[in-house]
Design a protein around this ligand. Sequence first.
Ligand SMILES: C[S@@+](CC[C@H](N)C(=O)[O-])C[C@H]1O[C@@H](n2cnc3c(N)ncnc32)[C@H](O)[C@@H]1O
Length: 270
Amino acid sequence: MSKIAKFFKAIQLIIQKPYLLNNVLKDEIVSKESFERTFANVSFRQIRLVDLMESEEVKIAPYAFLSGSSLATDFALLQLLCQKFEVKDYLEIGTWRGESAANVAPFVDRVTTFNLGDEQLLSLGLPEDYVASHRFFSKDVANIQHVFGDSQSFDFHQLNQRFDLIFIDGDHSTEAVRDDTKKLSAFLKNEKSILVWHDAKVDTEYPRYEVLRGIYEGLPAEMLKHVYLVENSLCAVYLPFDIPSETIQINRLPRTTFELTLKKLPLTEK
Ligand SMILES: C[S@@+](CC[C@H](N)C(=O)[O-])C[C@H]1O[C@@H](n2cnc3c(N)ncnc32)[C@H](O)[C@@H]1O
C-alpha cells in the first residue's frame, strides 16, 4: 500500500473508531521524543538482576503463563529485593490474579495488595471472566490482605501503615504512574525503603517512556538519582543507596543465561 493510500485508510479508520487515536498518542516513538524534550540528557542506568542473586536458584511460584502476566524475572526481582533488604511490609498497586502478591508472600511478614473492586471493574465495562480472575492466587494466602479502591482517589492514610517496598503496577498511563508515585512515596517506611515499577520497559531491553515519564514527573530530583532499570526484567526500581549500575545498551550480546524447569503444580478450587 502506498504512503498516501495508508494515510487515507488510517484517517478512515480513526473516523470510524476514534479510540484508535490513542495508539498514535501513546506510541513509544512519540513518548520518547516528548520525554527527551522535557528531560534532556537523561541516560537511564541499569542494574543487573544477577547481582541481587545470592544463591543460584530462585523459585517462581505460582506462575500461570497467561496473557498480561509479569515475567518470571519480574517476580524473581520482587522476591530477591524482599529477601536481600528484609522487607516486612510490602504494598502493591494492582492485584489482578494475585500472582505477584503470592510470589512475594513467603518472603515478607505482610502483603497488602490494592486494586479497583469487582463492582468498579464491571461498571467500567470490563468482561466478567476478566473480573473473576482477580485474586485467584492471592485470596487464600494467610499473610495477604486485599484492599479495594481507585489508587488515584484512595486515601492511603486509612491503612495506618508504612511500607518497606511498594510495587506500582496499576494503571500504566503517564498521569496515573506520576500520581501513584507521588502519593505512595510518602508511605515508604524509612530511608532504606524501596519502590518498584512494573512495565517501565516495553520488553527486557527497550525503555517504556510512557511509564518512565510518570516516574520522572512523580519523584523529586534527589530520588531520581537512584532510579534504575533492571536488566532481564520489565521493572524499574528506586534503591536509596549506591549499587553498581551501567548505561543501558540495546542489542548487546547475552552475558547471562538462565535455566528454567517447568513443574506442573496442582490447583485446588476452593
Ligand atoms: C497489570 S495488573 C497487576 C498484575 C499483578 N501485579 C501481577 O503481577 O500479578 C494491573 C491491575 O491494576 C488494576 N488497576 C488499574 N488501575 C487501577 C487504579 N486506578 N486503582 C487500583 N487498581 C487499578 C487493574 O484492575 C489490574 O488488575
